[in-house]
Write a protein that binds this ligand. Structure first.
Ligand code: 3UK
Length: 543
């Protein structure tokens, strides 16, 4: 155990022998204020989240319960534990992992990827998930920034990592699963003593799905992962041990890691991890696995709504939307086609998971919801003062988790005066509901009016010809900016001037006329990230 004197806020008893990440935590003064006022948030000083999420169930006699399914695999809790333990032995004994090392994980969602995640965390390593579509150049940037020492990679994605390796001098140990990893693991013992980590040892480095600049690595402690499990899931989602979780977000995205692995396991439920979960594949998968809790992005619900009739979705009872604002039209469409009220929630990579949300009974079209128990949220003006109800300002949150960038001056943008500033413009209604406006940078200022693109999108989405749309501000000499809409039409409609005019009139009828899109461009599809977010910067650049 190392007992070096540490700066305040660092545990004096870290289990990490490799202190690279811990040495690059933000300075104490740059950290957000933390709140631990729920009784469930009183964590012990020693905590390994893998012990709590996985081993605990086996120790308490639930080893035979179904834990993970996908790609022809059905693992009980005992099966996943044994697999993770064997891989942990490979990491430690064959690959020389020491606590604190960063392990890159590369693969589409699958049971093996989940086993690898647990193996890293059990061994006291830091799991660094990466999006499956990343190319060599992006992998190099992450490997460099995180000083990655080890990688576990799906054999089918090995090529791109191989291309990156010559430029990753610190990355010396690579094993592929769907390949050598299973062979090595097969003759390792199924028992492993998890490293006795401190509650505030780092177990996870999640890179933001940022659109510009060098990627930001957000650091999360074992305690952060456990804190997330006792806030939103029991208070808003309220899933049960018999629930079967399914969805689309990658485990490399904390929305997916929480929703599809950490949260189901925290209650002894079952997680389905499928590699491809586009709307046309997610629907049959829900039917096949009799899934009951679904996590995906707003656009995916909109696309699935059109196809629900062809599938047996009787098992489905809870649907969670996050990643971007849920348009009121999409909420309504999903309710009309399935009878299910979507649970919307805003979360971020920096906060780990959802901090404002509404359950089915609180849900209201156009509003994100209320601060999740354990979190506080306010709306601030430019000078950092809270604005009155109804006024738009910058969303600020604090709770038991918070932003900790790895060695990054942008920490000072996200954390100010102890608050986490997510970069979102919000308004609080008189009933306390938080109403999303836009990303702060995306607010459109036109002819002296402040216009939120998503509000115009909501209005357009109610038109029967509109499948998807994105609204941005485009520089304009006379008005500063004009509202410009990019529209994808439903099959059977043709983009022409008369439809453009009809859409403009349609918007003017449902929201203040000055918000109508003065320019409309018809596209075949909208540019989106792997996590389902609209890439407005690309629309602005004319893509
Ligand atoms: C936007 C939303 C309106 C918002 C995430 C749930 O999306 C997640 O993390 P990211 O770091 O992005 C964070 C930003 O995305 N956003 C997310 N959800 C909503 N805007 N309504 C929503 N429901 O701009 C936020 O600042 O990629 C979401 C859980 C974990 C996550 N990491």
């Amino acid at each position: 155990m190392n007992r070096m004197p540490q700066a305040p806020g660092h545990s004096a008893h870290s289990a990490h022998l490799d202190t690279f990440a811990r040495d690059r935590l933000p300075a104490p003064a740059a950290l957000p204020e933390l709140i631990f006022d729920l009784p469930e948030l009183q964590f012990p000083a020693r905590l390994n989240c893998a012990t709590e999420l996985l081993d605990r169930h086996v120790a308490e006699g639930r080893g035979d319960r179904l834990c993970i399914q996908g790609a022809g695999v059905r693992w009980t809790y005992a099966d996943l534990q044994a697999q993770a333990n064997r891989i942990a032995h490979v990491l430690v004994h064959d690959m020389g992992l020491v606590p604190g090392n960063r392990v890159l994980l590369r693969g589409a969602n699958s049971p093996m990827l989940a086993a690898c995640w647990f193996a890293v965390v059990k061994a006291g390593g830091i799991a660094v998930g990466t999006m499956p579509l990343l190319r060599a150049r992006e992998l190099v940037a992450i490997a460099h920034k995180a000083q990655i020492s080890h990688a576990l990679c799906d054999a089918r994605l090995a090529e791109e990592l191989q291309l990156a390796l010559p430029d990753c001098p610190t990355l010396q140990q690579v094993l592929n699963f769907g390949g050598q990893l299973e062979t090595r693991a097969a003759d390792k013992p199924p028992h492993f003593d998890n490293v006795d980590t401190a509650a505030d040892d780092i177990c996870l480095m999640a890179f933001t799905s940022g659109t510009t600049g060098v990627p930001k690595g957000t650091l999360h402690f074992h305690r952060d992962v456990m804190a997330a499990t006792v806030c939103w899931p029991p208070h808003v989602l309220r899933a049960q041990p018999d629930d079967v979780f399914i969805g689309s977000p990658p485990l490399a995205f904390t929305f997916g890691l929480g929703g599809l692995l950490v949260f189901p396991l925290s209650i002894g439920a079952c997680a389905v991890l499928i590699e491809k979960a586009s709307p046309d594949l997610l629907l049959p998968a829900i039917a096949q696995y009799k899934a009951s809790v679904c996590f995906t992005a707003p656009t995916s619900y909109r696309a699935m709504a059109a196809q629900v009739a062809a599938h047996d979705l009787r098992s489905l009872r809870k649907c969670v939307s996050a990643g971007e604002a849920l348009p009121a039209a999409t909420r309504q469409l999903w309710r009309e086609s399935t009878g299910i009220e979507i649970i919307d929630g805003i979360g971020s990579t920096e906060m780990f998971h959802i901090f404002i949300s509404a359950d089915e009974s609180q849900a209201r079209g156009g509003a994100t919801g209320l601060p999740v128990p354990g979190y506080r949220a306010v709306v601030l003006d430019e000078t950092g003062h809270e604005v009155p109800a109804g006024q738009v300002g910058r969303l600020a949150v604090k709770g038991p988790t918070g932003c900790k960038y790895l060695d990054d001056p942008r920490q000072a943008n996200y954390v100010q005066n102890g608050w986490n500033l997510t970069g979102d413009a919000y308004r609080v209604d008189v009933d306390g509901q938080f109403v999303y406006q836009a990303r702060t940078d995306d607010m459109i200022i036109s002819g002296g009016y402040n216009i939120a693109g998503p509000e115009v999108e909501d209005a357009l989405l109610l038109h029967p010809a509109v499948a998807e749309c994105g609204v941005i501000g485009q520089a304009d000499e006379a008005r500063g900016m004009i509202v410009k809409a990019f529209v994808v039409l439903r099959p059977g409609h043709t983009g022409n001037d008369s439809l453009g005019k009809a859409l403009q009139d349609f918007v003017k009828q449902s929201i203040a006329p000055y918000k109508y899109p003065r320019e409309i461009v018809f596209l075949d599809k909208l540019p989106r990230t792997e996590t389902g977010k609209l890439q407005r910067f690309r629309l602005k650049a004319g893509a």
